[in-house]
Structures are given as C-alpha cells and as structure tokens.
Design a protein around this ligand. Structure first.
Ligand code: DAH
Length: 333
C-alpha cells in the first residue's frame, strides 16, 4: 500500500506541477484529490487493514501525501496567477509616452499670413490700419461711392442683401471700399489708411472666385496728392511685398468712385503679368459726399484681393483648395 500511495502522490504532483493555467490546475486537483480520486479510494481501503497500527501508519502517510499535493498546488496556483496577471498587464499596456513627443507646429492660414504681411508692408510705408463692418448700409457700400440708387455700375458687384430695414438698404459689403467712406466721414485729412477685411459676393465658387473672400483697401487724402503718388505707392508696395524682381503697371479702367481709374498689374521676374486690383484718384463726388472739400484736398485709393494674392504668391492652382481644411494641403506651406 505504501507503494500505491507514493505512486498516486507522484502522479498528482506531476499533474499539479505540469498545469499551465489555473483552470487546468484546479481540474487536476479535482481529479487527484477529489472524492472519487485515487487517493480517496486508498483512504476507503484503510478500513480493510488488519491492525490499528497499520491503519494509523497508512492513514498518516495518506495525509502526508495529500498535504504534499495541496502544498504543491498552492505554490503552482500563485505562480500561474502571477504569470496570468503579468500577461494581462502586458496585453493591456498603453504607451503613454507616445504623446510626449515634440508637438508639431502649425502656422496661420495662408490668407491670414498674407493679410498680416500686407499690414506690415503698408505700416512700413506710413499707413494706419482702418476697419469697417461686414454688414453695411447701401449708402456706404454704394451711394457714398458715387453710385446713387439704380446706378448701372452697381451691377459690377453681385450683391448679397441682408433682410434688415427697408428692402435693399442693408448688404453684406461687396468690397472694402465702404471703409473709405467710413474713414472720411469720421477723420480729418491728412488720411493714410489701409483697410483689410472680409467681403461677400453672390457668386459660385470656382478656381478664381469665392463668395466670401478678402480685400485690402488703401486710401490717401492730403493736399496736392497726384496720380504720380498713386503710381509710386503701388510700385513701392510691389517691391516691398513681392521682392526686388517685381514691378507694377497701371492700365486705364473704370470705377465710379475714382477719376481717373486704373487697374494695376504686377510683373513677375519671368515677364508674366498678374492682374491685382483697381485704383485711381478719389472722385470729387466721393470726397464731397463724405464732407471733405475737393477744392482743398485730393487723394487716391486702391483695392485688391488678398486671397488671390496668397494664391499667386504660393503657386496654388485653385482658390477653393485654400478653404478645403485638408491638412495635407496646409502642410505644404
Ligand atoms: N472696390 C473695387 C472692387 O471691389 C476695387 C477698387 C477699385 C478699390 C478702385 C479702390 C479703387 O479703392 O480706387 O472691385
């Protein structure tokens, strides 16, 4: 019987020590130490032994064998549990150090960059910055600019109207030119201002047009201002903004608020031309409408698109790209 006890114990120890998971271990324990297991059936045979001493001795050996298996199982259970926990921790591991990498730096929108650089250039030329509202009255947007109601030139701007006040009396400003009138009605000459801002037109977006875009307006009113001052200012601006290889030219044109009027183009170093904007000598009617005596003061004005300028500056094909919010587009600059 001693041999049988030792065999059963060793088989149980081998099963317990060989268990590769807590589940397998508990199952092996059940099989070897359970009520129907081999050690239990040996125990049942104790009663058949002849002497009390024999019963005692075998009983003790059986108890020792069972205790040894139990102790081995406890040890194995701890080792397996520790391993399983380590495995769980590893599988659920999160690498938080990833977020400690150097943060990537973005930059301002291309139009914002151009806007700010334009301000810098004009401030460097002695201009101040002026502002006006994006929702404008018909008077500032058109009438003060020498376009009385139903003047045909109003059709140069596809206007978006705001449902406020008398029908047609309130508009989303179609250009930054109304800021000229706002400045002249509130400030005494001499005036040297630029007014960058958002403008709106009832137009479908395409490669060169957006219904919402940006312009910068320039206005100078002083004594003895001539067309030569206008041409010189445009030229100085062109070189300061684009670089020394660039020059400008003026072509005759028409705007109701300037007389004479011109369009100005920028000549790139490769000889090609970029049409940039409009300009001219402030019309005497505009000065008078804003309370400035045209006999004493004269001035020039200009206005051009900032978005188109940023587009040209960076060689972007399609204006709509600039508003796509596609990170791959933005990251190129
Ligand atoms: N406001 C004009 C436009 O949106 C541009 C312009 C032309 C502005 C001539 C001026 C100017 O100040 O003198 O097309």
């Amino acid at each position: 019987m001693i041999d049988e006890i030792e065999q059963c114990r060793d088989a149980a120890l081998a099963a317990v020590r060989g268990a590769d998971s807590v589940d397998v271990l508990e199952q092996a324990l059940g099989e070897h130490l359970g009520k129907r297991g081999p050690l239990a059936s040996l125990k049942a045979r104790l009663g058949t032994l002849a002497t009390v001493d024999e019963k005692k001795a075998m009983g003790q050996r059986l108890n020792e064998a069972m205790a040894a298996v139990g102790a081995a199982a406890d040890e194995r259970r701890m080792a397996l549990a520790a391993g399983e926990r380590a495995q769980l921790l590893e599988s659920e591991r999160m690498d938080l150090t990833e977020h400690q990498r150097e943060p990537r730096r973005g930059h301002a929108h291309l139009v914002t960059e151009a806007w700010e650089r334009l301000e810098d250039v004009f401030v460097g030329l002695g201009f101040k910055i002026a502002e006006g509202p994006e929702i404008e009255t018909d008077w500032y947007n058109f009438e003060a600019l020498n376009m009385p109601p139903s003047h045909p030139a109003r059709s140069m701007w596809d206007t978006l109207f705001v449902d406020h006040g008398a029908p047609g009396s309130t508009v989303l400003r179609t250009h930054t030119s109304p800021v000229q009138a706002r400045v002249m009605t509130t400030q005494e000459p001499p005036i040297y201002v630029v007014a960058p801002g958002r403008v709106f037109r009832n137009e479908t977006a395409d490669a060169t047009h957006m219904p919402v875009f940006h312009q910068i307006e320039g206005l100078v009113v002083d004594r003895g201002i001539s067309f030569a001052d206008l041409a010189g200012t445009i030229e100085a601006f062109t070189r300061a903004f684009f670089g020394p290889g660039f020059t400008s030219r003026l072509r005759p044109s028409f705007f109701p608020f300037t007389e004479p009027s011109a369009e100005f183009d920028i000549r790139r170093p490769d000889g090609s031309w970029l049409e940039l904007g409009g300009c001219g000598m402030v019309h005497p009617n505009v000065l008078a409408a804003c309370g400035i005596d045209p006999e004493e003061w004269s001035g020039f004005a200009f206005g051009f698109g900032i978005d188109r300028m940023a587009k040209e500056y960076h060689g972007v094909d399609d204006l709509r790209e600039m508003y796509s919010n596609d990170i791959r587009f933005i990251e190129q600059f």
